[in-house]
Design a protein around this ligand. Structure first.
Ligand SMILES: [Ca+2]
Length: 456
């Protein structure tokens, strides 16, 4: 050790070294994501029936979050928020109609600027430019077999797919990913692999369906749970006729949904195996997440669009043997906006200004207990606007011109006991309401809606 630096300085230098070493050695990023994966259908988060061996193994090799949330439970805004690390409504995105502004740093362009080979395979759906080189956007494949007319979005149409997995867009995206890894093994890459399953339509091949046929029940839904739904969810039930579903239809759609989860997990497994075969595992930061969940019948609802756990909470698993401890589960509330700054910290890529998320690395490493963290989500849908905050064991939801909810997730994970009117929680509700509504762009949403109506 040179005499000019003290032992303390040397230790501090070592502590600061990972980020520097990362940029010098060129760690890769593999960003694996699915569409509509409920955290209630995740083996590593405790579901005993669903089979997710590949992602379970990733969770064993790294850190899994049990309270990670998307910032708007629908495709485009959720993707816009992790792409920019900002609330989607702050970058022009209120719903699936897009509008992502150009003049903010995006994950793809920032890592491209830092010298990474940035490529995105599979579903994009950002609502604007991402900065990624999109190799295979499966969302625009017109000849998708599940777009034939019998495969609607309705749960009552759930069934066994009559085409092989080789024709699935996700299998094709996976094949692109395997080729990409081979071709770029010597480069520093940022590969996004984005599956569209387990998104509806509810169709899956027999080999996956049979794993669950006869093994699942319908979730418990009481008339009171239906009565207490926010108006936006009641409208959703009406629009899609969920009240007409019988128990057998609910169970079958859930069996197919679990099958789709396992199919998607099998693709993750193939990609992880390729990474191992190429000897890239040790130098690749791996993330698995989803853009939102799927209610799959809970609370009498399907799809996403709500703040209930199955919809707004997302799976999030990180693995990187050099920096991330093995088998860690973290219960602090976090957001998908936190992904971008975490990747910057892990790789040493300078953090762009204006990001709203915070790096997860201090939490992952145990330097921070997460007690001050909270997660925000919002929804603008069919004229309804709402916001949610998760803080500690509490979830508070504010539905504009409708109602409010307060759930104690530790003691009532089913979210069917609304505590918002209890006098003992008055101060808590006031504090959560204030924080949840800070910076809310409700007025902008209304103006935009008005302008679009005029233009139409
Ligand atoms: Ca989605």
């Amino acid at each position: 050790m040179p005499n000019s630096i003290s032992r303390r300085d040397f230790v501090q230098t070592l502590a600061a070294a990972p980020a520097l070493a990362a940029s010098a050695e060129g760690y890769n990023i593999l960003f694996l994501m699915s569409d509509e994966h409920s955290p209630h259908a995740a083996g590593w988060l405790g579901n005993k029936i669903v089979r997710t061996p590949a992602i379970d193994s990733l969770a064993r090799a790294g850190a899994a979050f049990s309270a990670s949330y998307c910032q708007n439970p629908v495709c485009v805004p959720s993707r816009a928020s992790f792409l920019t690390s900002r609330m989607a409504s702050n970058v022009g995105v209120f719903g699936n109609d897009g509008g992502l502004v150009n003049d903010v740093p995006k994950m793809g362009s920032v890592f491209r600027g830092a010298g990474y080979q940035v490529s995105w395979m599979g579903k994009t759906h950002w609502g604007g430019e991402s900065g990624f080189d999109v190799r295979h956007g499966s969302d625009d494949a017109a000849d998708r077999p599940d777009r034939r007319k019998q495969w609607t979005r309705q749960p009552e149409d759930a069934g066994v797919a009559d085409w092989p997995v080789s024709q699935e867009p996700d299998t094709i995206a996976k094949n692109h990913a395997l080729r990409f890894l081979e071709e770029n093994r010597g480069k520093r890459f940022f590969a996004g692999v984005s599956f569209r399953k387990p998104h509806f339509p509810f169709a899956v091949q027999e080999e996956f369906y049979k794993l669950y046929n006869g093994r699942l029940d319908a979730p418990r839904v009481t008339p009171r749970m239906i009565e207490e739904l926010p108006l936006v969810s009641k409208k959703e039930r009406e629009t899609y006729g969920f009240a007409k579903l019988n128990q057998a239809q609910i169970v079958k759609a859930r069996e197919v949904y679990f099958g789709m989860v396992t199919y998607m997990d099998s693709l993750v497994g193939e990609i992880l195996k390729k990474l191992d075969d190429l000897g890239l595992r040790e130098k690749t930061i791996i993330l698995y997440t989803s853009d939102h969940g799927e209610m799959a019948g809970e609370h009498g609802l399907w799809y996403k669009n709500s703040f209930y756990e199955a919809s707004a909470r997302i799976p999030m698993v990180w693995s990187f043997p050099r920096e991330i401890p093995r088998g860690k589960q973290i219960h602090a509330p976090v957001m998908n906006m936190d992904i971008f700054p975490t990747l910057c910290e892990l790789t040493g890529v300078p953090l762009p200004g204006g990001l709203e998320g915070r790096s997860l690395l201090p939490l992952i490493k145990g330097a921070e207990d997460g007690g001050k963290r909270y997660a925000l989500a919002e929804s603008f849908r069919g004229g309804y606007a709402s916001r949610m905050i998760r803080s500690g064991q509490w979830k508070y939801c504010y539905y504009h011109e409708d109602s409010e909810q307060l759930f104690d997730l530790r003691n009532n994970p089913e979210e069917n006991v609304n505590l918002v009117k209890r006098p003992e929680h008055r101060d808590l509700v006031a504090a959560l309401n204030k924080r949840a509504l800070e910076g809310w762009r409700l007025q902008q949403y209304r103006e935009r809606k008005k302008a679009r109506k005029k233009g139409a």
